[in-house]
Structure formats: structure tokens, C-alpha cells
Design a protein around this ligand. Structure first.
Ligand code: SAM
Length: 380
């Protein structure tokens, strides 16, 4: 197989992309001439970068575009190279932030199983509130494979790519059937049990991305707002949410809806990201930055800025008992930075904010109590 050359030829320059000296672009002063020259030079630099300096994202976009237009690998050695690339890509994308990665589900499901006993999941109706639009069914599906009877995946945003969302479930099934420890760690589930729990699903159809492979009475997708949930009173045994509650305005109304649909003795498990979400695109460096801004807006940069302790109080006020709160990571908040917070955050104890870190969540487990709703057969 030929070795890859170290110095690669430059990417071909796209045609007709140099700025043209017309209209508003025509240099009528030295300053505008200099500006135009800088623009041309920086464009040339971008276009004539050596391949080694092109980012992985740009290369991936280019490869995708070529494959989408029907270009293919030709020789056997090209195919071997492509196979190696496929493997490396799988490893490189098995990270928490990838909505389709095993690593993400390992990170999300393991702490749940540490607090929610498997016996609570068996036969349960579970809800994934704010399931997202990218991979909306996977979380629900994992709990169905763990023995839940029915799962509702709920989000106001429509599914972005239904074929991909359905296909992702066959990958989840493979994880569980081949080696469930990849997702569950020591809480593994045996393949025979998984097969039994997959009743109603058609795996070849799921693998083909065909929604007809979904078991419609077991995995139900609802595109609706948390305030208008179509579930019956007390229908849910367990309500999960991941990076959802921090995005909700009118939080009291949302928690009231959660309480309505959770049965007496039911359970909630909520992962809440308390960080300023602008850290994810690098706009700010501190996860506390948004707490320094004074505004009466309910949502700021997409989040409600409700701190962990206040969330617990709100849960309690709406009929839940908060059983456990856990921080996956902590971030140090200096007294100087705390002093720059806007009210009411400045008057809150500094420690209240330190369970906040980039890419981490606080976990609030809450049991529904004192709520009129149907009793679960196990509790009768
Ligand atoms: C950050 S995403 C998290 C998605 C998913 N849980 C995940 O971990 O990938 C938050 C989701 O909550 C949904 N959402 C926000 N407010 C909502 C509301 N009031 N009712 C229903 N869904 C809502 C959004 O559409 C979005 O898909």
C-alpha cells in the first residue's frame, strides 16, 4: 500500500471567487484600497492553504460532499484506507457531546442506574422530556431494552432526520446485544433479556431507517410543549430529562405539568446544566458569566439561570421530594468573580454555584408525592 505523503498538494482553488473591482468595492481612497488588498490576500491564504492546515471539519465536509455526489473509493488499497478511516472516525466521535455516541449514553445512563433500581424500570412507563431533535428516541429505547413497557419521547422541536433517528436505534440494540457493559457498566443485561424487551420492534427495519420498524404502542413520539403534555394524569412512572429544565421558561408551570403526569410514588431524574451555555461556542470563558448580567428576561442565552438550590425548592413546592442532588463536576468560583454577579445571585452563597461546570450536570432525583393519580400495581 503506498505510504501517505507528508507534504500534500494544495486544495484546488475554487473558480471565480476572487472579489471583483466593481461598484462599492472600487477603491476610491488609499484606505479602501488597502482594505481590499487585505481581503484579497486573506482569501488567497485561505484558498491556498496546504492540505495539512485544513481543519478536520473542513476535510470532513469536503469528503461528505464528494461521497454524496457519488464519488467512490476505487482500488483495494483505497478501500483499506477508507476502512481505517471509518474505524478512526468511530473512535474519535465516541465522545459525550456526540448525540449518537455510546460514550454519551454510558455517561447518562450509569448515574441513573446508580439511583433508580432496575426493578422500578421493569414494566414502567417512562418519559424522556425534551428528548431533542437529533437523536430523539435513543434514550427512551435504552430504557425499553432495560425492561420498561412504554416510553414517551417528547420535544417541541420536530425530528431533524427521521431515517437517521430510527437507524440509531438499531445501533443501540447492537450495543446491548453484543456487550451491554459498554453502556451499563457492571449493571449489564443479558442478550436474551434484551431480545425479549425488544418485542414489537423490527430490527432490520430499524437498521434500514424505516419508521415502520418502531413498536407504535411502546415507543411514542409526541411533539408538544411541556406545558401541554398529552399524557394522562399519573401516567408516567419515571420522568427523565437531560439538559432540558434549564431551557424552560415559566418553570413553575412546567413543574406543575410534570407533577400532573407523574403517578404517586413515581420518580423523576433530571440532569440540569447550570453553566452559561455560551461557553460551548467559546463566546465566554466562565460558566458563571451570565450571572453577571442584569435582566428581567426569563431566558438569557436560551437558559433560565435558576440555580440548583432554587430548583430543589421549586420541585419541593410542586409536590416532589428531592431525594438526591449530585454534581458530576465542580467549578471554582472566586470571591472576586462572585462579587461581580448581578442580584439576586450575588446575595446567594458562593457554594451554591460551585457545583456548576462546563459539560457537567447536577442531578436531581425526585419522587412524586401527594399527587392525585393512579397508583402503580407494584405499590398496591
Ligand atoms: C439542549 S436540548 C437537549 C436535548 C436532549 N435531551 C439531549 O440531551 O440531547 C433541549 C431540548 O428541549 C426542548 N425544549 C425546550 N423547551 C421546551 C418546552 N417548553 N417544551 C418541550 N420541549 C422543549 C428543545 O426543543 C430541545 O430539543
Amino acid at each position: 500500500m503506498p505510504a501517505l505523503r507528508e507534504s500534500r498538494p494544495p486544495l484546488p482553488r475554487p473558480k471565480g471567487t476572487l472579489p471583483r473591482l466593481e461598484g462599492a468595492d472600487r477603491p476610491d481612497s488609499l484606505a479602501s484600497f488597502a482594505k481590499l488588498a487585505v481581503r484579497i490576500l486573506s482569501r488567497l491564504r485561505r484558498q491556498w492553504r496546504p492540505l495539512g492546515r485544513v481543519s478536520l471539519a473542513e476535510l470532513s465536509r469536503e469528503m461528505l460532499a464528494r461521497l454524496d455526489t457519488g464519488q467512490s473509493y476505487e482500488s483495494n488499497s483505497d478501500l483499506v484506507l477508507a476502512g481505517r478511516l471509518q474505524e478512526s472516525l468511530e473512535a474519535a466521535t465516541d465522545v459525550h457531546d456526540n448525540r449518537f455516541a455510546a460514550r454519551r449514553y454510558y455517561d447518562l445512563v450509569r448515574p441513573i442506574l446508580a439511583t433508580v433500581p432496575r426493578s422500578r424500570i421493569e414494566g414502567a412507563t417512562v418519559v424522556d422530556l425534551g428528548c431533542g431533535s437529533l437523536n430523539p428516541f435513543a434514550f427512551s429505547f435504552l430504557f425499553l431494552m432495560l425492561g420498561a413497557e412504554r416510553a414517551y419521547a417528547i420535544d417541541v422541536d420536530p425530528v431533524q432526520d427521521m431515517r437517521r433517528a430510527v437507524k440509531a436505534l438499531s445501533t443501540c440494540a447492537l450495543w446491548f446485544l453484543i456487550d451491554s457493559r459498554r453502556i451499563l457498566g457492571p449493571d449489564r443485561v443479558c442478550p436474551e433479556e434484551v431480545l425479549g424487551n425488544l418485542r414489537g420492534f423490527d430490527l432490520p427495519k430499524l437498521a434500514a431507517g424505516d419508521p415502520a420498524g418502531l413498536a407504535p404502542d411502546r415507543l411514542l413520539y409526541r411533539s408538544e410543549l411541556v406545558f401541554d403534555l398529552s399524557l394522562a394524569d399519573g401516567e408516567a412512572d419515571i420522568v427523565f430529562s437531560v439538559s432540558f429544565l434549564e431551557h424552560v421558561p415559566r418553570i413553575e408551570e412546567a413543574l406543575e405539568a410534570l407533577r400532573r403526569v407523574t403517578r404517586i410514588g413515581g420518580y423523576g431524574h433530571h440532569l440540569i446544566d447550570f453553566a452559561d451555555h455560551r461557553i460551548y461556542d467559546g463566546t465566554v470563558a466562565s460558566p458563571f458569566e451570565y450571572l453577571k448580567l442584569r435582566t428581567t428576561d426569563e431566558l438569557l442565552y436560551g437558559t433560565n439561570r435558576i440555580p440548583c438550590r432554587q430548583f430543589c425548592e421549586l420541585f419541593e413546592r410542586h409536590g416532589f421530594a428531592v431525594e438526591r442532588v449530585e454534581a458530576a463536576q465542580t467549578a471554582k468560583l472566586s470571591s472576586d468573580e462572585h462579587a461581580r454577579f448581578a442580584e439576586p445571585y450575588r446575595s446567594m452563597p458562593r457554594e451554591d454555584f460551585e457545583t456548576v461546570a462546563r459539560g457537567s450536570w447536577c442531578v436531581a432525583d425526585s419522587s412524586g408525592i401527594g399527587l392525585p393519580g393512579r397508583a402503580h400495581p407494584r405499590d398496591e
